[in-house]
Design a protein around this ligand. Structure first.
Ligand SMILES: [Zn+2]
Length: 296
């Protein structure tokens, strides 16, 4: 049911990456620049991420023996350096997630290039290495993102949703590995209720949320795909949700034949498979359209 599935290391049936986007309160200031500082209850909800969620998640990862990937807006690294230092100390990967969660498809190419470079510099300053992977804030990948990432030496992107397995994005100046996800694996729809940013969903129980993730995992396991969870410390790091998430991770570990890896490890593996020519990888030309789509 998956065309040209990718052979995973050690004969694993599928690959899984639990990625966290540590947005903290970045997007609140972007969304309400005039008065975000007065929205103290929402700030506290979002600061739960770096202050409570991250230490809790890191402790579970140590117990579960997992090294994973955290995408962090560079502004959040400056605001909450201890949370990021703890991730790095435990050997997790830090990916690029914009400066203050800016939407790449709503700013000019010059601005996009500026924030991309500035944030990579900050990540390097705090972690000792430049990021190899990128996830556009709110998945807002722009027509110019592919080539800007290639220019900056990125290995992979994690913003798109076009397959069940990795594929390639072909820009003017080279290719990037795409490690796709889907909204079904994002924790905002089942959990986030935040009127200050005009996003309110009916809150689901952790069991309901995980049942959606589990259905995705079971199919990926059966057919040999890649599962990328997109969770947030202020959302899934809350007590009842994280407790259920840990049970879900244990379920996946106990199923057997699952390759848990960082996004960088998965992207490097995909590049290697591609180089050896083991399986043809789909190549999507970026951007899909050169300009406005007209019809009559
Ligand atoms: Zn985000």
């Amino acid at each position: 049911m998956i065309d040209n599935p990718i052979p995973w290391p050690g004969g694993a049936r599928c690959a899984v990456a639990i990625t966290f986007d540590m947005d903290a309160d970045s997007f609140l200031h972007l969304h309400r620049p005039q008065d975000s500082y007065r929205r103290i209850s929402t700030i506290s909800t979002l600061q739960y991420g770096p202050k409570v969620g991250v230490p809790r998640i890191l402790q579970s990862y140590r117990e579960l023996g997992l090294k994973q990937t955290f995408f962090v807006p560079a502004w959040c690294i400056e605001q909450y350096p201890q949370a990021v230092e703890a991730m790095v100390a435990d050997g997790h990967e830090i990916g690029h997630h914009g400066y203050i969660h800016e939407h790449m498809n709503e700013i000019s190419t010059e601005e996009e290039a500026f924030w991309l470079r500035k944030s990579s510099d900050i990540i390097e300053r705090y972690t000792g290495r430049r990021p190899r992977g990128f996830r556009a804030p709110l998945y807002n990948f722009s027509p110019t993102t592919t080539d800007l990432l290639i220019d900056e030496g990125f290995l992979y992107d994690a913003s798109l949703m076009g397959s069940d397995i990795p594929y390639l994005l072909k820009g003017e100046r080279g290719t990037l590995v795409e490690l796709p996800t889907h909204w079904a694996m994002d924790d905002w729809p089942p959990y986030v209720h935040m009127s200050d940013i005009d996003y309110s969903m009916p809150i689901r129980s952790p069991q309901e949320a995980v049942s959606v993730y589990k259905a995705e995992f079971d199919a990926i396991w059966e057919h040999g795909g890649l599962l990328v969870a997109v969770w947030h410390p202020f959302v899934s790091g809350r007590l009842a949700r994280w407790q259920e998430a840990v049970r879900f991770i244990e379920y996946m570990q106990n199923r057997g034949g699952v390759w848990f890896a960082t996004m960088e490890e998965i992207a490097l593996h995909v590049r290697e498979v591609h180089k050896r020519g083991d399986v043809p990888l789909r190549e999507d030309r970026m951007p899909p359209y050169p300009g406005p789509v007209t019809f009559s």
